[in-house]
Design a protein around this ligand. Structure first.
Ligand code: GAR
Length: 199
């Protein structure tokens, strides 16, 4: 049986698209995205989900309580944060221990934690002058971007990069590769009832 995956989004949803494409290609086969939840009514990710026949729900009021009900009702095994900009409470992350993963657009522990999201992460990397950045997939715990690392991939920074060009390269070369792989690996482990081993 496939692991039932819920993807939480806030914006464009290119990482969600990478997961849906991986399903079509058969690279993500041990799990299936059955639910997409956005905290932003206008998120384009909602359209991406619906166009692939995946249930897409907007939750704004009382977010965590409603999310809990929905995850239980849909019998969700794994929650994937893919461009989800809200920080989940310690109580919530504890209740879903090692069942929530996040993709972050830097090599954690660099440029991460509260206030580091989206283009701000790439701006900070450029401001610092790093020559290599990348993406990280990690378990989610009570510390923003602080849970155990599952996978990372490095990406070069070019001298003429803007936050936008760097973001695009990190997405293409790292995020869209790592996230489907991590979902497949964790789905396999969940199906076997095994503990997930980090790489
Ligand atoms: C992605 O780069 C993702 O890693 C980042 O926001 C972007 C969302 O893009 N997430 C964070 O910064 C969370 N800390 P998407 O909506 O096109 O997947």
């Amino acid at each position: 049986m496939k692991a039932r995956i819920a993807v939480l989004v806030s914006g464009g949803g290119t990482n969600l698209q990478a997961l849906l494409d991986a399903q079509v290609a058969g690279a993500l086969r041990s799990g299936e995205v059955v639910l997409v939840v956005s905290d932003q009514p206008g998120a384009y990710a909602l359209e991406r989900a619906r166009s692939m026949g995946v249930e897409a729900v907007v939750l704004t009021e009382d977010f965590e309580a409603q999310l809990r009900d929905l995850l239980e009702a849909r019998d969700i095994d794994l929650v994937v944060l893919a461009g989800f900009m809200r920080i989940l409470s310690a109580a919530f992350t504890a209740d879903f221990d090692r069942r929530i993963i996040n993709v972050h657009p830097s090599l954690i522990p660099a440029f991460c934690g509260k206030g580091f999201y989206g283009l701000r992460v790439h701006q900070a990397a450029l401001d610092y002058g790093v020559k290599v950045t990348g993406a990280t997939v990690h378990f989610v715990n009570e510390v923003p971007d602080g849970g155990e690392i599952i996978a990372q991939k490095a990406v070069p920074v070019h001298p003429d990069d803007t936050p936008e060009t760097l973001q695009r390269r990190v997405m293409e070369e790292a995020e869209w590769v790592l996230l489907p792989r991590a979902c497949e690996m964790i789905s396999q482990s969940l199906n076997k009832g095994a503990t997930v081993e980090c790489q």
